[in-house]
Design a protein around this ligand. Structure first.
Ligand code: CA
Ligand code: CA
Length: 230
């Protein structure tokens, strides 16, 4: 009898430890829980749908149904808002700050344009962040397909080392950054969201090579989602 009381007492600290684990683990699970990324969408362009839309096996069909949201940790914010922007060539219309000013309506004032060829814009997040998703709007004033959409991140502002490619739909490698396997899509107010799975980087670079309508390159907004302080 005494022995069994003793062994019960010996077990008490273990039981206390177990109950502590039970209290802690639901919180840990909550922190790991993912939620669909909720974007603040701009209004839809009123320009209408062109008759001769491009089509092909690598183009997502045009649809009014919102794309399936990307799941991200609860509490992510856009860490790219108002961050400095650089580019491969100076814009000929609009200002670089348009890329991160939080505005992306289908109007000329919310678009910055660059000359033809493969061109990029780059955001300096100020420090490395664990990035969970990148949302982009190139030019949804018109329903069009941008060519060679490539999204890369790195801690190297020159993008010579430690580069992670998160999206690349340049299937014929005309931009010479590697053959892409992602799909082309129509510019719409939904934008395009690229999952990033917590990759750590300070710089985000987006490439394009014109569209099916124009050789020119256009950007309206890039949003980079990370948890504050991470
Ligand atoms: Ca903007
Ligand atoms: Ca291409």
């Amino acid at each position: 009898m005494i022995d069994s009381v003793r062994s019960f007492r010996n077990l008490l600290p273990v039981a206390a430890g177990l109950s502590l684990l039970l209290v802690v683990s639901p919180r840990a699970a909550e922190a790991d829980a993912k939620v669909p990324l909720a974007l603040s969408l701009p209004s839809k362009s009123l320009k209408g749908t062109p008759e001769d839309l491009p089509s092909g096996p690598n183009i997502d069909p045009l649809s009014d149904i919102p794309p399936k949201p990307v799941n991200v940790p609860k509490g992510v914010v856009n860490v790219a808002l108002d961050k400095p922007v650089t580019s491969s060539v100076a814009p000929y219309l609009g200002e670089l700050k348009i890329v991160t000013d939080g505005k992306k309506e289908p109007i000329d004032d919310d678009a910055v344009e660059f000359r033809k060829g493969t061109q990029w814009v780059q955001i300096d997040l100020g420090r490395s962040h664990a990035i969970h998703a990148i949302a982009m709007w190139h030019d949804h004033r018109y329903i069009q397909v941008m060519r060679d959409v490539i999204v890369q991140v790195s801690d190297d502002p020159e993008f010579k080392t430690g580069v992670t490619t998160l999206y690349n739909n340049d299937t014929d490698n005309s931009s010479e950054l590697g053959v892409g396997t992602d799909r082309e899509y129509f510019e719409q107010h939904f934008g395009r969201v690229v999952p990033a799975n917590g990759v750590k980087a300070r710089y985000v670079r987006g490439y394009t090579r014109g569209s099916n309508q124009s050789g020119l390159n256009v950007w309206q907004e890039i949003e980079v989602y990370a948890l504050p302080g991470q």
